[in-house]
Write a protein that binds this ligand. Structure first.
Ligand code: ADP
Length: 463
């Protein structure tokens, strides 16, 4: 059900009042019914006592007429009897006696066959004029004749009492509801005050003031927890924004270098009268820079697609040894240029579940670095382990331990001069790390050995 009331405070107050009204109605109705039933049962008891009194006061005249004894009016209970409805009927059902109060009205109509037999029958009835009564019947023998005696009390006073009770409650109702609504609204406002504070603070926060935090009261309650969670989220956002800014700044910086080189090569070419061969050389240098630029843009594109989750990995069961061998074959020409030897060791088939395209990218980047940073005529060893690992050991300077983790950060280069000469932007290893981790693996380095470990594929059925 959708409520039209917008404020939570008002909604809590409305629900509170609704519950209270329901509880009060149920309580009052219950009380009224119990009171009515108790008083009616009490009437029944009185009627039974009265009927016993009346039995002793009635007798037949010699003419066969049923009468209340002479001393009736002197009898202490007589007054009470006068105030009740009294009727006596013969066995065939015809009326033998009705007291003055009852007059000509019938008390309960024609007798039921088992009415008043073997004890007192008690039930409610209605007189012809609409008066509700609680009556008790009893079969009795007067002067040897069977008689059905009926004695009843009007239920009017009971109803009046119940009506008075309900009337008093109805008068109190609006006052109590107004008080409850006021209390409920105040209470909910107090409870929701911290939420209001959080809202105001959250509204103020933009990308410029992400360092600001919501005040935490340290009360340990749910709203305190909410503020803490919100602050943690802000912290993560702030960190992401910072990384994004840093990334954009680094990327722009890296893009400027090849662009500046292309421009200066172009300017040199424009202002000098060179031979055809000179120009060919200039265009060659420009193309080299363009290639660097292209590979940088490719890397940036890959990173931004990876960050945005646009790359969906397709896992299949593949042989890690085949994947590593294919990568070595792919990079062989680069190693040949430096007369390096690429050695490969494998235990045979090593099955893993991975996205082969993405994982190949990781091995290419690591192996390419090994070729780049190893001296000419050296040996680079690649080994696939039976525990789904790929180890690449080169003959280069290696990574000092203090750089072993940062080396996988974006744009991080150990020695700018050296890596710039080798043509790197410091993105290759960060892409390799993402690619390995996206496949559920881990990558690390110790000295001049890089190690990629991957989760092993569960054995396929029948193997
Ligand atoms: P780059 O494109 O600059 O090689 P990477 O992210 O692949 O970027 O590597 C980051 C830095 O780590 C490199 O600049 C280089 O200084 C260092 N590095 C990477 N691999 C090796 C290696 N096999 N031997 C020595 N240094 C390496």
């Amino acid at each position: 059900m959708k409520s039209g009331v917008k404020s939570i405070g008002a909604r809590i107050a409305v629900s509170y009042v609704a519950v209270l009204i329901t509880a009060m109605i149920v309580f009052m109705a219950g009380t009224a019914v119990v009171l009515y039933l108790q008083m009616r049962s009490q009437l029944g008891h009185y009627a039974i006592q009265d009927i016993e009194t009346v039995e002793g006061l009635m007798s037949f005249t010699p003419e066969g007429e049923l009468k209340v004894n002479e001393d009736y009016h002197n009898h202490p209970e007589s007054k009470l009897v006068l105030e009740r409805f009294l009727e006596a009927r013969a066995a065939d059902g015809h009326v033998l006696y009705r007291n003055d109060r009852l007059g000509k009205r019938s008390l309960g109509g024609a007798p039921a066959p088992d009415e008043g037999v073997g004890g007192y029958s008690e039930h409610s009835a209605e007189l012809e004029d609409g008066t509700r009564v609680r009556m008790v019947s009893r079969r009795h023998t007067i002067n040897g004749q069977p008689v059905l005696l009926r004695l009843a009390y009007s239920e009017g006073p009971i109803r009046t009492s119940v009506d008075e009770l309900l009337g008093a409650a109805a008068l109190m109702f609006p006052v109590m509801i107004a008080a409850a609504a006021f209390a409920g609204f105040r209470m909910s406002r107090q409870v929701l005050e911290p939420v209001q504070k959080i809202t105001v603070q959250a509204e103020r926060i933009t990308s410029r003031n992400l360092h600001e935090r919501i005040p935490v009261n340290h009360t340990g309650d749910e709203l305190d927890h909410l503020a803490e969670v919100f602050n943690h989220t802000l912290g993560r956002l702030e960190q992401s924004f910072q990384q994004l800014r840093q990334f954009t700044a680094d990327a722009s910086h890296e893009l400027r270098t090849p662009l500046a080189a292309i421009r200066s090569i172009g300017e040199v070419g424009l202002h000098r009268n060179g031979s055809r061969d000179d120009y060919r050389e200039l265009v060659g240098s420009m193309l080299e820079e363009v290639n660097r630029l292209t590979s940088l843009v490719d890397d940036l594109l890959m990173i931004s697609r990876a960050d945005s989750g646009a790359i969906r990995l397709k896992y299949t069961t593949i042989d890690l040894s085949t994947l590593a061998r294919d990568t070595i074959t792919l990079l062989e020409p680069l190693a040949d240029e430096k007369e390096q030897e690429l050695l490969f060791t494998t235990p045979g088939e090593v099955l893993i579940a991975a996205d082969p395209t993405i994982l190949r990218q990781a091995i290419i980047n690591v192996l390419h670095n090994a070729i780049k940073y190893s001296p000419p005529r050296s040996v680079i060893r690649t080994e696939v382990g039976p525990d789904a690992t790929v180890t690449i050991e080169d003959a280069g300077p290696g990574i000092p331990p203090e750089h072993a983790t940062r080396i996988f950060d974006r744009f991080y280069r150990l020695d700018h001069g050296r890596s710039r000469d080798a043509g790197g932007f410091g993105l290759g290893l960060s892409i390799a790390k993402w690619a390995v981790e996206a496949n559920g693996g881990a990558i690390g380095v110790a000295g001049n050995t890089f190690r990629i470990s991957l989760p092993q594929a569960p054995p396929s059925p029948g193997v």
